[in-house]
Write a protein that binds this ligand. Structure first.
Ligand code: F6P
Length: 328
């Protein structure tokens, strides 16, 4: 019986559990053996495995986080760590490793696959299947990652609440959202929450320009201002100080933080996860190797894992321009 492994290293994203469920149900029904790797790459290196069956994934489709748990692992960034991981997988008899994760986790996966075929004769044949899962949506080649839609909704609801108090006090709020070095989350969240400004790491902002616009908005009798600030843009407290000094407006900051990572997944995140998981197993059943499952213009497809690693996904500046046009 062919053995596959599932691992969820890196930041968890709502919908990962729905994806684990889909993988296990499709694989076990197709007579594959499924091993869950606990606590990401750190757990893999410590050989923390569990057997998964149809019932191990009951009642998890609606839960955030990952039942397989996660961790940040430095060792997997080294050649020794990658080699050790490939050897452990081989020893366990795992032929296909399905990795649910963002940019960093998928690139570690690609390296493990390369490492395996390069180590020595007899250690090859390990295949890696990537499934993009991250609130950052920063995986090249896919229009969407698992968890992105849920994180947008969570952040938008939080900002709606902040808008109420911002209006009551005529205040400017700078709200930090996650996204690592990228502004995908900030762009979608900003548009959906009617933000007056969206600041993303991909585009350098100009404090004087922001202040000039804030003054214009005051003249237009705006009663509140929301500035969505992607975490990769730097220090939001510094920006708050600069704006309050230059404009005398009352400025407050709020970092949404880890609430964006958790919570019950949206229907869209669950369905994307189910489609991705099922398709990854189908590829394995068809003996396809070293691929990443992607969403492209509504269709689920696959691309070679090496074709996406190290490539930078471009942010849609149209969203930022639209939000700006409407924030009058
Ligand atoms: O990649 C997902 C993410 O939530 C980023 O948006 C954020 O910068 C990072 O993970 C936080 O990482 P950690 O869980 O290690 O604090």
């Amino acid at each position: 019986m062919k053995k596959i492994g599932i691992i969820t290293p890196g930041g968890d994203a709502s919908g990962m559990n729905a994806c684990i469920r889909a993988i296990v149900r499709r694989a076990v029904s197709s007579k594959l053996e499924v091993i869950g790797i606990i606590e990401g790459f750190a757990g893999l290196l410590k050989e923390k495995f569990i057997q998964l069956n149809l019932r191990s994934v009951s009642g998890i489709i609606n839960h955030g986080g990952t039942i397989l748990k996660s961790s940040r692992c430095r060792e997997i960034r080294t050649a020794e760590g990658l080699k050790k991981a490939a050897k452990i997988l081989k020893k366990q008899g795992i032929e296909s490793l399905i990795i649910l994760g963002g940019d960093g986790s998928l690139s570690a996966g690609a390296k493990i696959a390369r490492m395996d075929s390069g180590i020595s004769a007899g250690l090859s044949n390990l295949s890696v299947m990537g499934i993009p899962a991250s609130i950052d949506n920063d995986v090249y080649g896919t229009d969407e990652t698992i968890g992105f839609d849920t994180a947008i909704d969570t952040a938008v609801h939080a900002i709606d609440n902040i808008r109420d108090t911002a209006v009551s006090f005529n205040r400017v709020f700078i709200i930090e959202v996650m996204g690592r070095e990228r502004g995908f989350l900030a762009g979608e969240v900003g548009l959906a929450s009617g933000a007056e400004f969206i600041l993303v790491p991909e585009i350098k902002y100009n404090v004087n320009k922001i202040c000039r616009k804030l003054k214009e908005q005051q003249q237009q009798k705006k009663t509140s201002v929301i500035i969505v600030f992607a975490e990769g843009c730097g220090n939001l407290y510094k920006l708050a100080n600069q704006i309050s000094k230059k404009t005398q407006l009352e400025v407050r900051v709020s970092s949404l933080g880890y609430i964006q990572r958790g919570g019950s997944p949206s229907a869209r995140s669950r369905n994307l996860a189910s489609r991705f998981g099922d398709y990854a197993v189908e590829l394995i059943l068809n003996n396809r190797k070293n691929l990443v499952v992607v969403l492209k213009e509504g269709d689920i497809k696959s691309v070679p894992i090496d074709s996406i690693i190290g490539k930078e996904k471009k942010i849609d500046t149209g969203i930022l321009k639209l939000a700006n046009r409407l924030a009058v």
